[in-house]
Design a protein around this ligand. Structure first.
Ligand code: HEM
Length: 411
């Protein structure tokens, strides 16, 4: 887990390299918040920031902390042409261009727009669960619901036909994964770049098709905003936006759903039952999952001017990783920070980031979690975690498990 991809997020600190510590990084975070809240890691040539106030400040101050990895002194251009499309997106652009890129697709992710599609999302989740829930009393939350549901939703919003969705899942997983022990860093980077090239080629053709045959989908919005059609997006930005939308919302939402079931089942089966039919309680509990087991643990920035933080001087050109997962457990900010409290209020977690780059897909992710979990609760009761060794998600910044077997009683 050591190669540095274009996102600059691939390098994992020494302390989190093994299975156990990546499943439970929270003790390490706590120690770091006390002993070295802002520290330089020479191995990764990166600063790490652990406390809530510092993380929030870095996310707030986009004049000092850029999202553009190309600002880093040690940035290396990806070798393969096209491998850097993802860099031409809102996620890696600072204002003012950031706002223009986000503005192209913003409307599609507003709660009021999504509300129209909710019945359809519910149907999709229902179909997956009808296949999974039976008198065996066992299912794998990840394989049966959390994995297929978000990719189907975003593929549908984009306008990707069902027959192509399997390929997309593989591409998008490769892009956010970390290298494994049995694959070298170079081989892994090559595989990631290959996936990005294949996706780019696919989207190129799809965008061209939508220019001729417009439909009610996101690909059409992007196609009509492409510069060839007189729109606001360069060719690379149009492709990058397609790839970003597909990748950003898959593994993240998968892990929100699985982390939710894991946290609810561990906390107290009775509390889990109480969420059935109580929309407010369920959405509050989902916010607590976003805090307690944040699907995205870390984000990357580059200092563009010298800045003092936590008694240290971060210099212009240095890379900085802000640990959202640690900020969300900071006892300076949250009472009983290490306790999962589904009724917690207020709950100003940073699970979707903060400031300019606050997650575009947050309303969609929340809706998917509410729909997926309420459909599950409609079908099962007495949910317990099955006896299994949990494996952490293969990613350097996404927190969750590869599979989550549960036992339940059918309702
Ligand atoms: C940005 C988390 C789901 C699309 C972000 C950021 C975080 C985040 C922390 C901030 C990045 C930064 O500051 O550098 C999550 C989590 C999700 C989730 C935890 C699920 C539980 C989604 C979904 C989509 C999406 C479903 C859409 C399909 C985006 C985009 C950005 C973003 C486009 C970039 C926004 C910008 O730069 O203005 N997300 N995300 N995310 N997310 Fe999400």
């Amino acid at each position: 887990m050591s190669s540095a991809g274009p996102q600059g997020l691939q390098a994992v600190p020494e302390a989190l390299q093994d299975r156990e510590s990546w499943l439970d990084p929270f003790d390490w975070y706590r120690r770091m918040r006390e002993e070295a809240p802002v520290r330089y890691d020479p191995g990764r040539r990166t600063w790490d920031v652990f406390r809530y106030e510092d993380v929030k400040r870095a996310l707030d101050d986009d004049e000092t902390f850029s999202v553009d990895p190309r600002e880093a002194d040690d940035f290396e251009e990806p070798e393969q042409p096209g491998a850097g499309f993802i860099l031409d997106t809102m996620l890696f652009e600072d204002p003012p261009r950031h706002g223009e890129l986000r503005g192209v697709v913003d409307d599609w992710f507003q709660p009021r727009t999504l509300a129209d599609r909710e019945p359809h999302f519910r149907e999709l989740a229902g179909e997956l669960l009808d296949d999974a829930v039976d008198d065996s009393g066992e299912m794998d939350v990840v394989a049966d619901l959390a994995y297929p549901f978000p990719v189907t939703v975003i593929a549908q919003l984009l306008g990707i036909p069902p027959s192509d969705r399997g390929r997309f899942k593989t591409w998008s997983d490769t892009l956010v994964a970390a290298a494994s022990d049995d694959e070298g860093a170079d081989e892994f980077t090559e595989r990631q770049q290959q996936s990005q090239m294949e996706m780019a080629q696919y989207f190129l053709e799809a965008v061209e098709d939508r220019r001729e045959n417009p439909r009610d989908d996101l690909l059409t919005v992007i196609a009509t905003e492409e510069s060839d059609t007189g729109g606001r997006l360069s060719h690379e930005e149009a492709l990058g936006t397609c790839i970003l939308l597909l990748v950003a919302g898959n593994i993240t939402t998968t892990n929100l759903l699985a982390n939710a079931v894991r946290s609810f089942a561990e906390a107290d089966a009775v509390r889990f039952e109480e969420l059935r039919g109580d929309e407010r309680a369920l959405s509050n509990a989902i916010e607590e999952v976003l805090r307690y087991r944040s699907p995205v643990q870390a984000m990357s920035r580059v200092a563009v001017e010298d800045v003092r933080m936590g008694g240290e001087t971060i210099e212009a050109g240095d890379r900085v990783v802000v640990w959202l997962g640690s900020a969300n457990r900071d006892e300076r900010r949250f009472d009983d920070a290490d306790t999962f409290d589904p009724d917690r209020s207020p709950n100003q977690h940073l699970g979707f980031g903060h400031g300019t780059h606050y997650c575009l897909g947050a309303p969609l992710a929340r809706l998917e979690a509410e729909v997926g979990l309420s459909e599950l609760l409609d079908r099962v009761e007495n949910v317990r975690l099955a006896d299994a060794t949990l494996q952490p998600t293969r990613s350097s910044f996404v927190y969750g498990v590869e599979s989550l077997p549960i036992r339940y009683d059918e309702r």
